[in-house]
Design a protein around this ligand. Structure first.
Ligand code: BEZ
Length: 328
């Protein structure tokens, strides 16, 4: 059974142990933190349109981008309460609540976006989603992703020592905080919508970010040194509130799984297609570019692993899967 079918059958079978509800017309509210122009938001809109079409207009989806409904921690609470129906979330907030998800952020677990895509489409990654209903009351429908993580800074970063003391913006979650603490920086958690101003007003010296956001949100206007390190992948997950899921008919659940997964998977395809051009566009700008690999972060990685090998037992299995999927 492939990842998608497995997730679908698990989510359907779970039904979160209660009988499925009767079919009922709904306008689902879907929240996310990315701005309207971002790939994830466009995928959410596309999912809404397709769900409306496939349900012959019975269901619709209202998309709330740019943190309009709150940050991811707040959205997870709303999903748990059933006051928010759906969300496309970074794995960040999920890993704060289910540490095994932190394994997906292991530094250099994958080499590039193609390797990340293969891992996120694997059974091993799909099995992690099965932890969500029981542990946090959300149904994890499937994965999307963003590009590999890089570091954009005001001052050049040519050696591990240059990272020391840098106030470096991170997405608010523990595995990345631990990585940058181990690298000697002062990690500064900030959600995506706050990053531009934080760079502009000097609250941070550097940011952890992907090519797409650096380019689309013009972070390079505020910091002109780019360390191309590809140090982590950045998965996204499409979720439905467990409370809402219980109210849906089996037919509606299947429709949501199929349509949402098609758009999440489309996000992965788009990242694969677009990342080379985004990197080329940034390389063509007037930025200082330096490259780094696993050896650059060797000490930080050793410290990170000392903590996360224990906190995220799934890491071992994910590493084995990643090794198998390294070349295809
Ligand atoms: C970030 O927090 O860096 C981020 C969040 C969502 C999409 C892309 C980047």
């Amino acid at each position: 059974m492939n990842n998608f079918n497995k997730i679908a059958s698990t989510a359907l079978a779970l039904g979160l142990t209660l009988a499925s509800g009767n079919a009922q017309a709904r306008d689902f509210r879907l929240g996310l933190i990315t701005p309207p122009s971002h790939l994830w938001t466009q995928a959410a809109e596309g999912f809404g349109e397709e769900l409306a079409e496939a349900s012959a207009g019975e269901h619709s989806v209202s998309v709330f981008p740019s943190q309009q409904l709150g940050n991811e921690a707040q959205m997870v609470q709303q999903l748990q309460a059933g006051s928010l129906d759906m969300a496309f979330l970074t794995i960040a907030e999920i890993s704060n609540r289910i540490p095994d998800f932190g394994a997906l952020y292991a530094p250099y677990l994958v080499n590039d976006v193609a390797h990340a895509a293969r891992l996120l489409r694997s059974d091993v990654a799909g099995e992690l989603l099965e932890l969500m209903p029981a542990q946090i009351g959300l149904v994890g429908v499937g994965y999307g992703m963003s590009g590999m993580r890089q570091i954009l800074s005001r001052d050049p970063i040519a050696s591990p020592q240059d990272l020391e003391g840098q106030r470096l913006r991170i997405t608010p979650f523990e595995p990345i905080r631990d990585f940058y603490l181990a690298a000697g920086t002062a990690p500064t958690p900030l959600p995506l919508p706050d990053v531009y101003d934080a760079l502009a007003n000097g609250q941070v010296d550097a940011i952890d970010m992907d090519f797409e956001a650096i380019e689309a949100l013009k972070f390079y206007d505020q910091a002109e040194h780019l360390l191309i390190s590809n140090h982590m992948m950045f998965p996204m997950v499409g979720v439905v509130s467990g409370r809402v899921w219980r109210e849906l008919s089996g037919e509606d659940r299947e429709l949501i799984i199929t349509t949402m997964n098609a758009h999440l998977d489309g996000v992965i395809d788009s990242v694969l297609e677009r990342e080379p051009a985004q990197e080329a566009a940034l390389r063509a700008l007037d930025l200082t570019i330096t490259e780094a690999d696993e050896a650059f972060f060797r000490e930080a990685i050793a410290q990170w692993e000392a903590t996360w090998n224990q906190r995220a037992p799934a890491l071992e299995t994910l590493r084995q899967a990643a090794a198998v999927l390294e070349v295809e």
